[in-house]
Design a protein around this ligand. Structure first.
Ligand code: ADP
Ligand code: MG
Length: 239
């Protein structure tokens, strides 16, 4: 069964239509990657799923319930931004605990969850540091940890590796894959314009072009049977 269903979703900013009738399903536990050129609407689509932007028309449902009007905080979703979205004046611990404190958990619960996430992400030695005292890769892991402690059903990643250097990109990519394997039934929706990331991380890939879905399929399906030159150019070899 689909956990998340997009049914003819459209989004306009003023007279400018950015998402032009997107329909697709995302299954529970799936690693779904959205790819497509800059400006095609990837970030907008994530923001619609998370509720940070309102849908202009169409239906978004989670577990067969329409959530078009549901507040972002009630959607069971955590979004991982690029690492520069950390609070510079807060320690790693406080950066990770911040969202949880707002949710009304006890101090002990917060500490326990932060310590567990830090352990998963090899951040335990750095909990008292400030973001500027960390490497780029460590900072990105803090950004991921901040999402993990909230125990979301769905993670949304918007190009989380794009400001890391090549070696760190590979290491952090492996970390994200490991995280998905270790968090059973956690759905990940991941936006990138990097085909290697898409091919290595995805259970399925959705290729977007100019606000429209070109093709959805497993990496192998898209590689072996792209249904357009556009998909082929993005993913695999031309037919
Ligand atoms: P991507 O993430 O694929 O690069 P975006 O979703 O960020 O693309 O943007 C898609 C298009 O929508 C772009 O042309 C962008 O300029 C436009 N856009 C995005 N957000 C807004 C906004 N808040 N107001 C007006 N236009 C926007
Ligand atoms: Mg974007």
């Amino acid at each position: 069964m689909a956990e998340i269903r997009l049914d003819n979703i459209r989004k306009s900013f003023g007279a400018f239509e950015v998402i032009k009738g997107v329909s697709m399903d995302i299954r529970r536990g799936e690693f779904m990657v959205f790819v497509g050129p800059s400006g095609c609407g990837k970030s907008t689509l994530l923001r619609l799923i998370s509720g940070l932007e309102d849908i202009t028309s169409g239906t978004l449902s989670f577990d067969d319930k329409v959530v078009n009007q549901r507040a972002p905080s009630k959607r069971g979703i955590a979004m991982v931004f690029q690492s520069y979205a950390l609070y510079p004046h807060m320690t790693v611990f406080d950066n990770m605990a911040f969202g949880m404190k707002l949710s009304g958990r006890t101090k002990d619960e917060c500490r326990q969850r932060v310590e567990q996430a830090a352990g998963m992400l090899q951040l335990s030695p750095y909990l008292d540091r400030l973001p500027r005292q960390l490497s780029g890769g460590q900072r990105q892991r803090v950004a991921i940890g901040r999402a993990i402690v909230r125990d979301p059903k769905v993670f949304l990643f918007d190009e989380p590796l794009s400001n890391l250097d090549a070696a760190l990109r590979v290491a952090t990519r492996l970390e994200i894959a490991k995280l998905h394997r270790s968090m059973h039934n956690t759905t990940m929706i991941y936006v990138t314009h990097d085909q290697v990331e898409a091919m290595t991380l995805a259970d399925r890939i959705c290729v977007l072009r100019d606000g429209v879905v070109e093709q959805v399929g497993t990496p192998l399906e898209l590689y072996e049977t792209p249904n357009s030159l556009f998909v082929a150019g993005f993913i695999g070899s031309p037919k």
